[in-house]
Ligand binder design. Structure first.
Ligand SMILES: *Cc1c(COP(=O)(O)O)cnc(C)c1O
Length: 362
């Protein structure tokens, strides 16, 4: 069997290790395993969403409303955009896939930061496109503009705030890049963590409306992080109608489940839950900053729900991650990104205590 030759170049996505695996491999009781590896919401699922799932469970035999009318209404109200400016995906991941398939071919190149969300590369390679990266792991305006001018990529990915590093871009810097690029290059602004950036520093926040006037820019958001719906797989893209119309051609029918749809509609208006999540995070991330200072290693100023610790040669991120795992603490090793660093999702006070206690034992 001969597969598409583009597959030879692709390493499949490696998700954060599930709790079940640690239970199985290390024989640790599930209640003693702490997962701080996938940027999930430590407050869990909002009670209002749990209720919506229960209320809709008996209708699982029906396909969802394929227009996603109510969800688009809710998002439209929230972001002051029209429903034909919105496309819904099974996670914003699926919108990334639509974009890649709609825009790229074997002649194309795509530009992204040296260290950023792994799926940009995977979706682009599926189309046979070439990957270009700026030298820095932070998003630097000058580097992006220089590489753009050299290669004229078909897509520029701006992950702000950035995963897995946590740094963010100022709104004015995103707009500078948009300004420097002509309409043959699509700019994807991935705002998966925007709710956290907005809470931390308004200069680092960007609203879909800030980019709506540009025909070659799309904003992506997700319910997986601040809204606590990672397991439901709901994300969205917001852009001008002509771009959304093209992406719709890539969309399979009923691409999110009826329970996901019901969850997202409720979550969208659940301001209290998001506010609680942000407040907990804001208070707890300080402990991670203090811990790094007390231990004498560096961290990257975070605009997200996680923090990245960077080690010098006296410490090894792979060793530390493995040792933590044996103790039931799952975090993300960034060695595969070429960094001697770890990424930790900020958890509940108790989960964070467990992380600090175990880190000191490693
Ligand atoms: C989590 C994440 C996403 C999307 O996740 P979904 O669960 O597919 O919505 C997109 N981009 C970044 C940078 C992320 O961290």
């Amino acid at each position: 069997m001969k597969f598409n030759s583009v597959l030879e170049n692709i390493k499949s996505y490696e998700a954060g290790k599930p709790i079940e695996l640690v239970v199985r491999e290390y024989g640790i009781a599930p209640e003693n395993v702490v997962k701080l590896a996938s940027n999930e919401n430590p407050l869990g699922t909002s009670p209002a969403v749990v209720q919506a799932i229960k209320d809709n469970a008996h209708k699982a035999h029906l396909y969802p409303d394929d227009s996603f009318f109510q969800l688009k209404q809710a998002l439209g109200k929230k972001f002051e955009v029209k429903d034909n400016n919105i496309i819904i995906g099974a996670g914003s991941d699926q919108v990334l896939e639509f974009i890649s398939r709609a825009v790229l071919d074997e002649e194309s190149s795509v530009l992204m930061s040296a260290v950023t969300f792994a799926m940009y590369e995977i979706y682009a390679k599926q189309m046979g496109a070439t990957i270009l990266r700026t030298p820095s792991y932070q998003h630097k305006v000058d580097e992006f503009i220089l590489e753009y001018q050299r290669h004229k990529p078909k897509i520029i990915y701006l992950c702000t705030p950035n995963n897995p590093t946590g740094d963010g871009m100022r709104r004015e810097d995103v707009l500078k890049i948009i300004d420097a690029v002509d309409i043959n290059t699509l700019i994807v602004v991935d705002g998966a963590y925007m709710e956290y950036a907005k809470a931390k520093d308004a200069d680092y926040a960007l609203e879909p409306n800030d980019i709506m006037e540009f025909v070659n820019v799309i904003y992506l958001g997700t319910f997986s992080k601040a809204y606590g719906l990672g397991g439901m797989r709901v994300g969205y893209g917001i852009a001008n109608t002509s771009l959304i119309e093209q992406l719709y051609k890539m969309r399979p029918p009923f691409n999110i489940s009826s329970l996901s749809l019901a969850s997202a509609i409720v979550a969208c208006g659940d301001y209290e839950f998001v506010a609680k999540s942000i407040a907990l995070h804001t208070e707890q991330i300080k402990r991670y900053e203090e811990f790094a200072k007390s231990q004498g290693f560096e961290y990257i100023e975070s605009y997200t729900n996680f923090i990245t610790y960077i080690f010098d040669d006296s410490m090894d991120s792979t060793y530390i991650s493995d040792e933590l795992l044996k103790r039931g603490v799952i975090i993300r090793n960034l060695a595969s990104y070429g960094m001697n660093a770890i990424r930790i999702t900020v958890g509940t006070p108790k989960q964070n205590d467990i992380f600090f206690d175990n880190f000191l034992l490693v």
